[in-house]
Design a protein around this ligand. Structure first.
Ligand SMILES: [Zn+2]
Length: 163
């Protein structure tokens, strides 16, 4: 368990409110769900949205500020469309929209599991204890993916929108 989790566990419940099992206090406010489950609920809501509304037909987010200012695809451009294809089971199309985002799915899932159920799976705890190294590695990969996908001769899953 990291220091932040220990601080959350020790956070006082606001006066006059009974503690709820599994609830957390963050920034002095009580949350009905523990942070990992709140994050999971948010991600599930987003996935439900891209399952119901096809972002290829109806944009769900504002234009990418990186793309607007530089003219380059950022490492996450096409990520919403990739998620939309993933929830429909079309992994090939998801890879063509954004292979980096698709590759992040199992990594993020592993980190989330280590966060949601700490101390249950030794491998996930080790992974979580190396989160800084993983963060640096993913940052380097994101920069490399951004550079490669913007090369004039990039094609296939390296190029957005996967031409
Ligand atoms: Zn972008």
């Amino acid at each position: 368990m990291c220091d932040a989790d220990e601080r959350l566990d020790r956070a006082p419940v606001p006066r006059g409110e009974a503690p709820i099992a599994g609830a957390s206090t963050v920034f002095g406010r009580r949350w009905p769900l523990a942070p990992p489950w709140t994050a999971a609920a948010g991600v599930c809501a987003g996935l439900a949205l891209v399952a119901l509304v096809d972002p290829r037909e109806q944009p769900l987010s504002p234009p990418c500020p990186f793309r607007l200012t530089t003219g380059w695809w950022c490492p996450f451009c096409g990520g919403t469309r990739a998620a939309s294809r993933l929830v429909r089971g079309d992994v090939g199309a998801a890879l063509r929209y954004n292979g980096f985002v698709v590759a992040l799915v199992p990594i993020v899932l592993a980190f989330w599991l280590g966060w949601a159920v700490p101390g249950r799976v030794a491998m996930l705890d080790r992974l979580r204890s190396r989160s800084a190294a993983w963060g640096r590695a993913l940052l380097v990969l994101a920069v490399c993916f951004t550079l490669v996908r913007n090369l004039p001769f990039a094609s296939g899953w390296l190029r957005f929108p996967g031409a």
